[in-house]
Design a protein around this ligand. Structure first.
Ligand code: TYM
Length: 320
């Protein structure tokens, strides 16, 4: 089984990325051949600062390793180290129906939030399909917001196979129900572009401030509170044990404790959960050569897998 996923280096990684994709991907790394990459071509649709893009790309590699990606079991690489993927994206573009792309909600959302409506942003799902198809991927662990993109990938693969014969494998999205959409500080989906994130490796003071700023309703301290409707409880249940979560749920329902109190408890649990990763990250930051080696070895393995599929595609469409 081939497992593949990607993450954009468009800002600091947050706990939505961690619980939605990184942890499920890390859990799967022993279950087959895992390919995880840093989507720097995709990040160009929103980031136009070469120094920042380079630094953030490397930062994602460090952070992913710190969170438990094991380079002896999973291939970690930069998307742009396999430029063949843009060739496959072009070929997919030639069969991609406009209507299919026009229905993609992430394009509409991004433009509504002020990102420039470039052709690259519009065809973003086609490059993402190429990312997935070029490695003959079986399973794609992602958060819920990427589900439609995997469906578009399946549609494009089907279209190619109908047109040129059976050359591309159809992937399945793998979405963890409990962490499919991690809420942000305002209760909406946690997202870099909504400014509602808690970073995995944020500074202590800033992280505490962010947790304390989680938006709550005006239920008085004494009154019972709805745990399921609260981002505090939802985030707590990601980092606490089942017993601790059950206790917090009971305390919500009983009343008598204020939201501020629950936020302090959330911060403490969150800070503790990521402590071993912070430690590992410090060690990794002291070994820049190791990061370079991991990315170089990853690029070699990814290139070899991509060349297999591209050979097949070029042959089938008539380019060789
Ligand atoms: P990106 O960089 O926005 O996010 C990386 C992963 O994190 C997940 N995620 C979340 N999951 C749950 N709750 C949240 N609040 C949350 N926020 C982010 C995303 O679902 C994603 O899995 N287009 C992709 C990158 C990409 C890709 C690919 C992924 C490019 N090519 C090929 C898979 C396969 C993206 O922008 O993810």
């Amino acid at each position: 089984m081939r497992i593949l996923s990607g993450i954009q280096p468009s800002g600091a990684l947050h706990i939505g990325n961690y619980f939605g994709m990184m942890r499920p991907a890390i859990d799967l790394q022993g279950a087959g051949e895992a390919f995880y990459f840093i989507a720097d071509y995709h990040a160009l649709t929103s980031l136009r600062d070469p120094v920042a893009l380079r630094a953030l790309s490397r930062g994602v590699a460090v952070d992913f390793l710190a969170c438990g990606l094991d380079p002896s079991r999973a291939t970690l690489f930069r998307q742009s180290d396999v430029p063949q993927v843009t060739e496959l994206a072009w070929i997919l573009n030639t069969v991609a129906p406009m209507g299919l792309l026009e229905r993609a909600h992430s394009y509409k959302d991004k433009v509504a939030r002020g990102l420039p409506a470039s052709a690259g942003l519009f065809t973003y799902p086609v490059l993402m399909a190429a990312d997935i198809l070029i490695y003959d991927s079986d399973v794609v662990p992602v958060g819920r917001d990427q589900k439609q993109h995997v469906e578009i990938t399946r549609d494009l693969a089907t279209k190619m196979n109908e047109t040129f014969g059976p050359i591309l494998k159809l992937p399945e999205p793998r979405i963890q129900t409990a962490t499919a959409t991690v809420p942000g500080l305002d209760g909406q989906k946690m997202s870099k572009s909504y400014g509602n994130t808690i970073e995995i490796f944020g500074e202590e003071k800033e992280t505490r401030k962010r947790v304390m700023s989680i938006v709550t309703d005006s239920t008085p301290v004494e009154a019972p509170k709805n745990a399921d409707a609260s981002a505090i409880f939802q985030l707590f249940s990601l980092v606490a044990s089942p017993n601790e979560s059950a206790e917090m749920r009971a305390a919500f329902e009983q009343g008598g404790r204020g939201y501020g109190d629950f936020k302090k408890q959330l911060f403490a649990a969150l800070w503790e959960y990521f402590a071993p990763f912070r430690q590992r990250r410090e060690e990794l930051l002291a070994q820049p050569d190791h990061i370079d080696e991991v990315l170089a070895a990853g690029a070699r393995r990814a290139n070899s897998a991509a060349d297999d599929v591209m050979g097949r595609v070029r042959q089938a469409v008539g380019l060789r």
